[in-house]
Design a protein around this ligand. Structure first.
Ligand code: UDP
Length: 243
């Protein structure tokens, strides 16, 4: 495993088409495998570069998926092009559909109480065959209480929305004893529950979803400056390769 990963500033991405990736996940669900999915964007790549512990956790995941046009652009610039962007949100939607089809057990962890409750309601409404075995918001004190509850419910899939790097550290620490597909989905439930809107499709297609998020939440400016910083580091890396 991991042989064909593409290294972007220290984070090693799997280079799959979305279709291939979905096939692997489908097989994992059928086999009840223990798998850890990271969907990483440029901000997370920079964060991993600065934080060796986070980098180690990300690179030890079973799947590291390029979430964001910045990763695809970076890969191309470095001369190691990747098939396509696969977003965390689309992966979440695929897992819910597959879980519904296969009648699997799902546990939701993270986001604000009203967000996770609204997400649970939507899942119960739109995925009636899926077995939603439990959910908890992301503002708890005692990890062990939560982990014991998850273990008891025996989910096939655990969707963790604690934001990075918290969600990846949590999954890495606790997944060993619970055979499920584990994925960090960041702010996806904020969108899924209808609390936050996703950018218009035209902006998504143009890779400009971030402009919409910035317009809606100007306080994200600090986080968004990560993108030009990331592109500069990619260009510097390219130059050092050419020497
Ligand atoms: N969150 C949480 N517990 C925490 C910190 C964050 O449940 O201790 C949730 C927060 O409510 C939000 C998500 O984690 O739903 C992170 O969202 P953000 O947009 O910051 O994440 P990104 O998608 O950029 O990783």
């Amino acid at each position: 495993m991991h042989k064909n990963r593409i290294n972007i500033l220290g984070t090693e991405f799997d280079n799959y088409t979305e279709k291939q990736f979905h096939k692997y996940l489908s097989d994992d669900m059928d086999g009840r495998s223990n798998k850890f999915i990271v969907t990483a964007n440029p901000e997370m790549v920079l964060s991993a570069q600065k934080n060796p512990k986070f980098s180690k956790v990300v690179n030890s995941a079973d799947y590291v998926i390029p979430d964001g046009i910045g990763i695809i652009k970076g890969a191309k610039t470095l001369g190691t092009p990747m098939h396509e962007r696969i977003t965390g949100f689309d992966t979440l939607m695929f897992l819910l559909q597959a879980a519904n089809r296969k009648q699997l057990k799902v546990y939701l962890l993270g986001s604000k109480p009203e967000v996770i409750e609204a997400s649970a309601k939507r899942i119960e409404r739109e995925y009636p065959q899926l077995d939603l075995v439990g959910y908890h918001d992301g503002y708890f004190k005692d990890n062990q209480v939560i982990v014991d509850e998850i273990a008891e419910k025996k989910p096939n899939i655990v969707l963790v929305a604690l934001g990075y790097p918290k969600q990846e550290f949590f999954i890495n620490e606790y997944r060993k004893d619970i055979d499920a597909i584990w994925i960090g989905v960041g702010g996806s439930f904020d969108v899924f529950s209808g609390t936050k809107k996703r950018a218009p499709v035209i902006l998504q297609k143009l890779g400009l979803e971030w402009t919409y998020r910035l317009f809606k939440e100007p306080t994200r400016i600090g986080r968004m400056l990560a993108i030009p910083k990331y592109m500069n580091l990619i260009r510097a890396e390219k130059k050092s390769q050419e020497k």
